[in-house]
Design a protein around this ligand. Structure first.
Ligand code: FES
Length: 171
């Protein structure tokens, strides 16, 4: 967990004047209001696309909160990300039904093909892998969610086609 703002990477949103202005506007609009932390973090995720570690420190400083609290909230909720998401997101349901139906083998296949772990994005910025909780389609377990679309009864050997479909959409 980053604790101070001493070293901000060059590509961080805090170093981009346009993005910094958006961050400051969101903070200014909400500072001092009840529930400001959640509102600020939600708005930042939506406007900037992620909440980098330096952004978490900056938000903590500006709202007068401990960095550990901001970090705790960002890591607890899966809709917050600390790096930019790829153009497409594939989520793997980790709910009980999907777990016992073999979602882990599907995840293994995805890791093998894309050479990234859940929580990471491919180098070309095309695909992000994520884990999620039950999406309410347990009867179709194991389930993945490609962008907003639920795909059920997923088999590891069908996963290359899922990737191929995403790539074809991009051509
Ligand atoms: S456990 Fe996966 S959809 Fe419910």
């Amino acid at each position: 967990m980053l604790k101070t703002l001493e070293k901000i990477p060059a590509q961080d949103p805090l170093n981009d004047p346009e993005q910094k202005a958006i961050i400051d506007r969101i903070l200014l609009e909400n500072k001092g209001l009840p529930g400001a932390t959640m509102v600020v973090l939600n708005s930042l995720q939506e406007a900037i696309g992620h909440i980098s570690p330096p952004m978490q420190v900056y938000v903590a400083e500006q709202l007068g909160e401990p960095v550990s609290r901001i970090h705790g909230v960002v890591s607890f909720y899966s809709f917050f990300t600390t790096t930019p998401r790829g153009k497409h997101t594939i989520k793997f349901c980790m709910g009980t039904a999907c777990y016992v139906s073999g979602i882990e083998q599907v995840i293994e296949k995805a890791k093998q093909i894309l050479e990234i772990e859940p929580g990471q994005t491919t180098e070309d910025g095309l695909i992000t892998l994520e884990l999620c909780r039950c999406v309410g389609a347990c009867s179709q377990a194991p389930v993945i969610v490609v962008d907003e679309e639920v795909e059920g009864r997923v088999k590891p050997n069908r996963f290359p086609k899922t990737i191929q479909d995403i790539k074809t959409k991009e051509e």
